[in-house]
Design a protein around this ligand. Structure first.
Ligand SMILES: NC(=O)c1ccc[n+]([C@@H]2O[C@H](COP(=O)([O-])OP(=O)(O)OC[C@H]3O[C@@H](n4cnc5c(N)ncnc54)[C@H](OP(=O)(O)O)[C@@H]3O)[C@@H](O)[C@H]2O)c1
Length: 175
């Protein structure tokens, strides 16, 4: 039951600026490719999304961009806005219990999204694949993709792709 990360970072490893701004992702907009996003999403059964990432998506004020079920991980939110599709729901508990819930629901390929969320799943040894697209800019500070872990975790690079806009995608699988 693979849990997968698909995320973009700055050269110095940040997923957003300290205030949550992600404008740096569009520094050099891609001309043709979607940089693997559609292909990745086609292999996903559901998303587990951190509450802060969910709030960022909502702040765009656009139509809900996901067709797959989304589980918003939160201990603080009590309810979701009513205009969201029925396959968006809240989930609480820890990484292990969420993983078990996905398993019990027959959801196999899970997209884990949000910095703290990814870190919690990594700490629990529950990340099997990490795809990082590096945006060649330095931010100096911001919200990091990775944080403290108790023990070394080994991955193997299985694919690298350089896009025309200079972004580099590296895909790693758990060893
Ligand atoms: N560069 C990219 O590709 C990319 C992708 C995704 C997100 N982002 C950006 O990253 C930022 C958000 O990331 P983030 O790291 O700040 O937060 P996040 O992981 O999106 O959300 C954190 C929240 O998720 C819940 N959560 C996470 N781990 C938990 C745990 N172990 N136990 C219980 N609840 C847990 C908590 O919600 P409660 O506080 O409600 O309990 C926590 O505050 C946004 O700015 C977003 O735009 C960037």
């Amino acid at each position: 039951m693979p849990n997968k990360v698909f995320i973009a970072t700055s050269l110095d490893g940040f997923i957003a600026q300290a205030d949550g701004d992600i404008a740096f992702l569009d520094t050099y907009p891609p001309q043709e490719e979607d940089m693997g996003y559609a292909e990745f999403m086609s292999g996903i059964d559901a998303l587990v999304m951190g509450r802060k990432t969910f709030e960022k998506v909502m702040s765009f004020g656009i139509e809900w961009p996901y067709s797959k079920p989304v589980f918003v991980w939160t201990q603080s939110l009590q309810q979701l806005p009513e205009n969201l599709p029925k396959n968006v729901s809240l989930i609480s508990g820890n990484a292990e219990s969420i993983h078990q819930k996905m398993n019990d629901a027959g959801l196999k390929n899970i997209y884990i999204d949000g910095g703290q969320t990814i870190q919690s799943f990594l700490q629990a040894n529950l990340i099997d694949e990490i795809t990082i697209t590096t945006v060649p800019v330095l931010l100096g500070e911001g919200i990091g993709l990775f944080g403290k872990i108790d023990s070394m975790k080994q991955f193997k690079c299985c694919q690298t792709q350089l896009f025309k806009n200079g972004y580099v995608m590296n895909q790693f699988v758990k060893q």
